[in-house]
Design a protein around this ligand. Structure first.
Ligand code: GDP
Length: 531
């Protein structure tokens, strides 16, 4: 074997890191699981810390709630804690589906995801969308089937649904013994032992364990349930695929755990799976080449921007995923898009509910960088080398509004505000023919946030009117002649995005379809990468 060129300290630090997000349809139990994981990890002492922000998560159209959501999510967007010799970064994703664009971007910064399924409901709409996003990068998924303390669906039925709808192979690792009032625990298929369930919110210790499924003690303890489990296990061993690390790491198979988050049951197994199976930071595609996590030089990218709470200062925090090397306070980096030096004065790290100054950070860690608009989503910082990390998507919006001013003298402020909010990722901004500003969103709530922020931060009163647009498609052209011809004939339907890229603004699904058929040499893209 050849000697590794990487500094041993960096290799060690990268290896011990796990960076992941929890994804779920609202109400499946993401907040509860997050809280229990933090309790296990010792990051918080009291249950309820995370749940306190639950009300803010359910922000509807109430301004205060929207504000709260913004503020609270700054401190809780990333939670770092140490557990059994590992450093774990848990990235929060907004609960409200109107902010799903934000979630998509967060998923580009993780190395694994935990998918929570409500066992009574099975696979839900938002789960499908989130899994699709994970698939863009073949992110390995660990599945937690939650709420077994309720009357829920048959486990085989749930697995079949996950396999069919989400197109991912299931490898059960634990299996429920009963459910609802008769929920007795889970059988660990790989370790041949039963973890006994006792209800209770605050229990932190390990569950009682009974080894061996053939143990006659089980017939006495669970006479009503154990027969079924033995039959099920026989079926599983005959019919379903055993857990295979490589298939999981390739994003093609998911290990499945059953439990009850609220009762703290099955949570420790999830943490253990993250340590044992989820990958440490991997090499990342930086355009010119792949960048390995233990390379000595620092690099990484911005995947999320969060406006700060104080509207007068208009400062922002850029969430930055370290991809290689080591961060040290005050370090000088090269801002690739702007082509100049950028000093990271004092980055923040996030622990439960406080922000703390970061002393050092390694591949896999997320640091928060204060800035006044210099950093945008997709920006790469390096220690000099010209690199550009790839893969942060923009998705074609599904809702459009045209911005109109109450006071026409404020055009300049409106323009500035919208561009800045667009760069921040709060909304997508397009310029249509004649200079009209169009806003594109994935969820209605995004418009409300933008209107409020225009008023608070830019002193602009804007009205958003319905726009006659169904969706947008980013355009690529086979050659220059095609581009010119298309621009001439389709001028009325053309626009540009915030970075000046050409887009087609379709009025209806039919309009889009017809145009695509008529122009085979033009590429119509529903996503584009940042930067
Ligand atoms: P989120 O929207 O995915 O973050 O879901 P929450 O964690 O807020 O949970 C939604 C609801 O389900 C809350 O009322 C929780 O108390 C409840 N819940 C979460 N886990 C369990 C569980 O294991 N069993 C039961 N019965 N309820 C649960």
């Amino acid at each position: 074997m050849t000697a590794t060129p990487f500094p041993p300290e960096l290799l060690k630090q990268a290896e011990r890191r796990r960076t992941f997000a929890i994804i779920s349809h609202p109400d499946a139990g993401k907040t509860t699981l997050t809280e229990k994981l933090l309790l296990f990890g010792g990051a918080i002492q009291l249950a309820g810390t995370v749940k306190a922000r639950k009300s803010a998560r359910h922000a509807t159209s109430d301004w205060m709630e929207v504000e709260k959501q913004r503020g609270i999510s700054v401190t809780s967007s990333v939670m770092q804690f140490d557990y059994m010799g590992h450093t774990i970064n848990l990235l929060d994703t907004p609960g409200h589906e109107d902010f799903s664009e934000d979630t998509y971007r967060v998923l580009t910064a993780v190395d694994a995801a935990v998918m929570v399924i409500d066992a009574a409901k099975g696979v839900e709409a938002q789960t499908i969308k989130l899994l699709d996003v994970c698939r863009l990068r073949n992110t390995p998924i660990i599945t937690f089937v939650n709420k077994l303390d309720r009357e829920v669906r048959e486990p085989f039925d749930l697995l079949q649904e996950i396999e069919e709808v989400l197109k991912i192979e299931c490898a059960p690792v634990t299996w429920p013994v009963g459910m609802g009032k008769a929920f007795r625990g889970v059988y660990h298929l790989l370790e041949n032992r039963i973890l006994r369930f006792t209800p209770g919110e605050e229990r932190k210790s390990a569950a009682e364990i009974i080894t061996n499924l053939d143990n006659p003690q089980l017939d006495t303890l669970f006479p009503g349930e154990i027969g079924q489990v033995r039959d099920d296990v026989e079926l599983i061993e005959g019919a379903s695929s055993p857990f295979k690390l490589e298939t999981f790491l390739a994003g093609q198979q998911t290990p499945v755990f059953f439990g009850s988050g609220i009762n703290n049951f099955g949570v420790q197994e999830i943490l253990q799976a993250l340590l044992d199976w989820a990958p440490p930071p991997q090499p990342r595609d930086a355009g010119a080449r792949m960048v390995a996590p233990a390379e000595p030089k620092f690099s990484g990218f911005v995947f999320k921007i969060q406006a700060n709470m104080d509207p007068r200062h208009r400062d922002r925090i850029a969430f930055f995923r370290v991809c290689s090397g080591k961060y040290a306070p005050g370090m000088k980096t090269r801002h690739q898009r702007m082509g100049r030096e950028f000093k990271i004065a004092n980055a923040l790290t996030f622990m439960a509910n406080e922000r703390v100054h970061m002393e050092e950070a390694y591949a896999g860690d997320i640091i928060g960088i204060h800035n006044h608009g210099q950093l945008q989503i997709g920006d790469t910082l390096t220690e000099g080398e010209a690199l550009h990390f790839k893969g942060i998507p923009y998705f074609a919006p599904e809702m459009f509004r045209a911005a109109r001013l109450k006071d026409p003298l404020k055009t300049k402020q409106l323009h500035k505000g919208l561009i800045e909010l667009g760069e921040e990722g709060a909304i997508q901004v397009f310029e249509a023919i004649g200079g009209n500003m169009l806003l594109g969103a994935v969820g209605q709530l995004q418009f409300e946030v933008v209107a409020q922020r225009l008023q608070d931060e830019y002193k602009v009163d804007a009205i958003f009117e319905t726009a006659d647009i169904y969706t947008a498609r980013w355009l690529t052209f086979k050659d220059e002649a095609t581009r010119r011809k298309f621009e001439r004939e389709q001028a009325m339907r053309l626009g540009t995005d915030v970075d000046g890229n050409p887009v087609y603004l379709a009025t209806t699904r039919y309009n889009l379809q017809v145009t695509m058929e008529k122009w085979p040499d033009v590429g119509f893209h529903a996503t584009r990468e940042h930067g």
